[in-house]
Design a protein around this ligand. Structure first.
Ligand code: SF4
Length: 439
């Protein structure tokens, strides 16, 4: 049986470690000469307002520059870095700020690469199979080769977010919402599994200098892990990445779907490892923030003592924009708790959650859940938070109506980011120098 080679390398030094990861798996052996190369980092989110934890959230600029140097050594001159981060699509300043801060403009000057915010680039509608369509960035179809540089992280909905999931950053916002469908034949996992057919031959290097438990964003537990995983076969790289994060590939639905589509084994039996032994680097990362045993409240909130509010475990139908606001709300609830029960309030969100009969007040968080339940007779007092996604003002008003006064941290993004940054204060291993490139 043909084995797919995956390298596992402990990160030690600039350039040398990435070079070792590439060489051990012959990762660029299929790179055509004079190829047009598209590099896809993972820049989930960005803000110009304050410093925020990037460790385990965003691809390090260290690995980005090292890969550009290695591509240049292979004679590659036509290199595009492209990313479509989770921002308002018309917001051009935030991606520009991200690219500047991450040192991509230095890469532009030093190596002649191009850098695209894909929300400013054209998209085209593509049939991904069985009549389902998504809009993909067109630059990827004009490239001969993809260098995929995700972060080694778990993901609350997708279990892991590695090479295949990283391709989601190349579809437009409406397509991203569509992926959180309630269609039983095409849920989030199935949509993710179809991304792979849209990209050219690729090399994947999973950046695990920092890793993220309860990813994909900065509200996870961020760790310094110093691992690189590389392969010219993205499914193999992802399966190894999943196992290193403590999850069998067979427990990651989108990997199972891809393995089925390509007639591949899901148990790593067709994968050969070069470099570190896999069992020596396994480090369990949970994928979803724990809930209490009834699945009605985040454990962090129940541990804090919160009473009188239920928040049902989020499901696949909650899409990225509502999920971002939801995370912001959770921090605000944590800070707002004063030790007195909030009564008998529930919040439901996404597209499929059901109100619990008998609850006194039901907050419907997001347009989708509002549309699903606006005529539901089981709801005693309906408090809608409309919008797709909702505004912070409408969230505050809804909670005020429910008798819960939210802390001003809800609107104060720098304070919220400071709340997360404080977890890493005085920990020298969390070093921002990996996210800059010296001129
Ligand atoms: S309301 Fe929320 S879950 Fe529904 S499509 Fe909009 S952002 Fe997604």
């Amino acid at each position: 049986m043909k084995k797919n080679l995956v390298s596992i390398v402990r990160y030690e030094k600039p350039l040398e470690s990435v070079r070792k990861a590439v060489d051990l798996c012959n990762g660029l052996s299929h790179l055509p000469s004079k190829a047009r190369v598209f590099i896809k980092p993972n820049i989930v989110w960005w803000t110009t307002e304050a410093v925020f934890p990037k460790w385990g959230v965003i691809t390090t600029s260290r690995v980005m520059e090292d890969m550009v140097v290695i591509l240049k050594e292979h004679g590659i001159d036509d290199i595009v870095i492209g990313e479509g981060m989770v921002i308002e699509p018309k917001d051009k300043d935030t991606p520009a700020h991200a690219f500047e801060s991450l040192g991509y403009n230095v890469l532009k000057k030093r190596y002649g690469i191009k850098c695209y915010n894909i929300h400013e680039r054209p998209f085209k509608k593509v049939d991904i199979g069985s009549g389902y369509e998504l809009k993909f960035n067109t630059d990827i179809y004009e490239s001969d080769f993809l260098v995929n540089i995700p972060v080694l992280k778990t993901h609350a909905q997708a279990v892991v977010s590695l090479g295949i999931k990283n391709i989601k950053g190349l579809i437009d916002i409406e397509s991203r919402k569509k992926c959180h469908s309630t269609d039983p034949k095409m849920n989030l996992h199935q949509y993710i599994s179809k991304f792979l057919k849209q990209v050219p031959p690729s090399f994947t290097i999973i950046d695990g200098l920092f890793t993220n438990e309860f990813g994909p964003s900065f509200n996870g537990n961020l760790r310094r892990s110093n691992i690189l995983i590389a392969s010219d076969d993205v499914l193999s790289a992802d399966m190894v990445g999943a196992r290193i994060l403590g999850h069998e590939p067979s427990q990651v639905p989108h990997l199972v779907h891809v393995a089925q589509d390509y007639n591949r084994a899901i148990d790593l039996s067709d994968v050969e490892i070069a470099g570190e032994e896999i069992q020596n680097v396994i480090n369990f990362h949970g994928f979803a923030h724990p809930y209490d045993k009834d699945k009605k409240m985040f454990k962090a909130l129940s541990d804090r003592g919160v009473e009188g509010l239920t928040l049902t475990d989020v499901d696949l139908s909650l899409c990225t924009y509502c999920a971002g606001l939801y995370s912001r709300l959770i921090v605000s609830l944590f800070v707002s708790w004063q030790g007195k029960s909030w009564g008998d309030v529930e919040l439901i969100t996404g597209k499929v959650q059901q109100p619990a009969p008998g609850k006194k007040k039901t907050i419907l968080f997001g347009k989708c859940i509002y549309e699903a339940h606006k005529n539901n007779p089981d709801i005693q007092e309906m408090i809608p938070v409309k919008g797709c996604p909702a505004s912070l003002e409408s969230i505050r008003n809804a909670f005020t109506q429910a008798g819960i006064e939210l802390s001003p941290i809800l609107e104060n993004l720098p304070a919220m980011l400071g709340f997360f940054m404080s977890r890493y204060r005085d920990k020298p291993e969390f070093n921002d120098s990996f996210y800059t490139i010296q001129e």
